[in-house]
Design a binder for this molecule. Structure first.
Ligand code: NAP
Ligand code: G4F
Length: 330
């Protein structure tokens, strides 16, 4: 393979870190955009940064922010990527009700900025946009597929719907190779600590070790289609290897409630969840999809992608990783 050059926005996030590992393993040179933070420790990619065979050889980091288009343009000019994976942005749906303007700028307008930069490149490139099941919101059908009407029910979902439509327009109007990965929830031990799955598994580990007395949660009845993040970054890469650009739903096709996740997580440490879990309305959202479940038959048929593992295995992997991390830190 000729040396392929990938540029990842959001490389320090859950997906960006797994994608960087995957692409380096496939022989790519990977460039990541990181924003200035007061703490230099970027925990999810620290192992790559400390590896002297990787950092400065296969992996390079540049400072940039999604709001700073002159810097983004300069990075594209210097890196000359053949593939761009645009993953960065405020990704918490609940928080998007508290900070709607910055969320819409990052999840919506920033994608427009990047598509414009991509359009101006001297050599054609391939562009992945991190779309989401949240664009379907209060969906009119279940499971949802690539043709399901967009009915977002949060500022985050609205911004992603805008960006998804723009990506389609740039593909049709300018012939840009751009794919929307319409990904359903995907989790891992690297999941951010304020998403419900990781919040549960971290708390279960602390309760099991006697460090916490209980766990407060919002809506236990909402249902999500939870897969493994490591599988979903493979789907992103596959989309950009296909001869034509398209949009794909990436999902397991199975819905579980937050309550199911809680039960499975407490079962790993053999504790009765009812004794520890309390409802706190502070975590309820003003509006949200009750049930999101995806039909991934298109990506299965066209690209041969399918998810691995079961729901129970995912929950176990996350609880065990949190137990191990906690035990190491003590
Ligand atoms: P994540 O863990 O929250 O990571 C977000 C990344 O974006 C981080 O690297 C973050 O940097 C970066 N970022 C945020 N604002 C930025 C800004 N203004 N300028 C530059 N970088 C910025 O998200 P994820 O779970 O990996 O998800 C990746 C993408 O897929 C997101 O766009 C998300 O909305 C979308 N998505 C996720 C899921 C899912 O279930 N995980 C499903 C569908 C779609 P810091 O590390 O500095 O904060
Ligand atoms: O884990 P969540 O915060 O994920 P949510 O809102 O589904 O969004 C995630 O998946 C989307 C794909 O569908 C991505 F686009 C998005 O970037 C993000 O990665 O919440 C899941 C469910 C919700 O129904 C929420 O109301 O769990 C419910 N929940 C109940 N208690 C809670 C809590 N969510 C959080 N974060 N914290 C709670 O205490």
């Amino acid at each position: 393979m000729a040396d392929k050059i990938a540029l990842i926005t959001g490389i320090t996030g859950q997906d960006g870190s797994y994608l960087a590992e995957l692409l380096i393993q496939k022989g790519y040179t990977v460039h990541g955009i990181v924003r200035r933070t007061s703490n230099l420790l970027r925990s999810r990619i620290e192992h790559l940064r400390r590896d002297e065979n990787i950092y400065g050889k296969r992996l390079f980091l540049s400072y940039g922010d999604l709001s700073d288009s002159t810097t983004l343009r300069r990075i594209f000019r210097d890196v000359r990527p053949s593939e761009v994976y645009h993953l960065a942005g405020q990704s918490h749906v609940g928080l998007s009700f508290e900070i709607p303007e910055s969320t819409c700028d990052e999840a919506g307008m920033a994608t427009l900025r990047l598509l414009e930069i991509a359009r101006d490149q001297p050599e054609p490139l391939r562009f992945y946009h991190a779309s989401t099941s949240e664009i379907f919101g209060s969906a009119t059908e279940s499971p949802q597929n690539e043709n399901t009407p967009l009915r977002p029910s949060s500022p985050y979902g609205c911004a992603k719907a805008f960006a998804t439509q723009l990506a389609r327009v740039y593909r049709q109007a300018y012939g840009l190779f751009v794919c929307n990965g319409i990904l359903y929830n995907h989790e891992s031990p690297r999941r951010g600590e304020n998403f419900v799955t990781r919040k549960i598994t971290q708390s279960v580990a602390r309760i099991a070790r006697g460090l916490d007395a209980g766990l407060t949660l919002g809506n236990l009845e909402s249902r999500r289609d939870w897969g493994r993040a490591q599988d979903y970054v493979v789907a992103m890469w596959m989309m950009l290897q296909h001869e034509t650009p398209d949009d794909y739903v990436v999902a397991t096709g199975e819905a579980h409630s937050v309550r199911d996740f809680v039960e499975a997580a407490f079962a790993v440490v053999d504790l009765p969840w009812e004794k520890y879990v309390k409802h706190d309305p502070a975590f309820d959202r003003p509006a949200e999809p009750k049930q999101l479940v995806g039909d991934a038959s298109k990506i299965h048929k066209m690209l041969g992608w399918k998810p691995t593992g079961t729901f129970d295995q995912l929950v176990r992997e996350m609880v065990e990783a949190d137990l191990t991390a906690l035990d190491k830190s003590r």
